[in-house]
Design a protein around this ligand. Structure first.
Ligand code: GRG
Length: 306
């Protein structure tokens, strides 16, 4: 086991799962539409929003968790689920970048969708990505049992909606220029960022065929690394720059938003990140060597540079 930087095996694995997900999305949102059944401009905007890099960390989690329960086929069945989750993530980024929300010009080192196209197209591209996610999972060709598929759809919907990402985004907007309590900061982050990361691990277990106990344990692992992901993101927002992040940094402080770092400081945050990695590793103990990549993932989240 590595004790410092994420290993090259992990990075290679993240890259290869990311490539599989990208290939799926590239096929699903195919550029050519000879029959003209869907508006070309919208497909182009969607492709701009999903095929523009990104770490593909959430699909990685879906695929690696599914792999815990078998030799590889499970990961094949899980690929559409992984791609669907990335659609939801990309929709949230496209909408978050809009002038009415974070008003960002750059994302993943490229112009945001509303800059490359226009606002109405960006709104529709996000809307289409959210609904396509559910079309992808519910496709009869996806070889996952009916009950698990329904459960996956339920988990994705709950993590995305009112009590998940959308609700968290609303709290986040309401927290601007307010002295939000620590409880409110933690709740907002758990909903806005954590819910989808937790869901990635939960649906990975459902797609792979894990037991109800596995589902709960892996959802808890996802919750812990979701907390670490947001804490690391807050740290990067203070310490990193546009060149490393591919997006504007320092925005939380400029918007008068409280974060755990503005409350407790950077040293506390680094210490807390270490604790969260240990908690995540403890949850993975029953899976032994099969969970090596998920252990590395916890470390990657805490120590990432973008
Ligand atoms: C608009 C409904 C709606 C929700 C927006 C995800 C989100 C909620 C806002 C993004 C703002 C933000 C910077 C959140 C912090 C954590 C986060 C989600 C970072 C982006 O995820 P990465 O680092 O991005 O996985 P890549 O580009 O690698 O996929």
């Amino acid at each position: 086991m590595k004790t410092s930087d994420p290993g090259s095996d992990f990075l290679a694995n993240l890259k290869s799962h990311g490539e599989q997900t990208t290939a799926f999305l590239d096929r699903h949102f195919a550029a050519g539409d000879p029959d003209g059944l869907v508006p070309r401009r919208l497909v182009d905007a969607i492709r701009h929003g999903v095929l523009n890099g990104g770490k593909r960390f959430r699909p990685f989690l879906v695929l690696e968790v599914a792999r815990l329960f078998g030799s590889g086929d499970e990961a094949g069945n899980a690929l559409p689920v992984a791609a669907a989750l990335e659609c939801i993530h990309c929709y949230s980024l496209i909408h978050d970048d809009l002038p009415a929300m974070d008003d960002d010009d750059m994302r993943r080192g490229q112009p945001t969708v509303h800059k490359a196209f226009d606002e109405a197209t960006a709104i529709l591209a996000g809307d289409a990505l959210l609904t396509e996610a559910f079309a992808i999972v519910s496709d009869p060709e996806v070889n996952i049992g009916y009950e698990s598929k329904c459960a996956i759809i339920g988990v994705l919907a709950a993590a995305s909606g009112l009590s998940g990402m959308v609700g968290g985004q609303m709290f986040d907007l309401m927290n601007e220029n307010k002295n939000a309590s620590e409880t409110m900061v933690v709740r907002t982050q758990a909903m806005k960022t954590g819910a989808l990361i937790r869901a990635a691990c939960e649906v990975g277990s459902l797609a792979g065929g894990g037991s109800p106990e596995d589902r709960a344990r892996l959802a808890h692992y996802g919750e812990i690394i979701g907390l670490a992901f947001q804490l690391a993101d807050d740290l990067l927002d203070e310490t990193s720059n546009m060149a490393a992040m591919g997006k504007q940094t320092g925005k939380d402080a400029a918007a008068g938003k409280r974060t755990l770092i503005s409350i407790h400081g950077q040293d506390w945050a680094r210490n807390r990140l270490g604790q969260l990695v240990e908690e995540a590793h403890a949850l993975l103990e029953p899976y032994g060597e099969k969970a090596v990549m998920l252990r590395e993932a916890a470390r990657f989240v805490a120590e990432r540079g973008n």
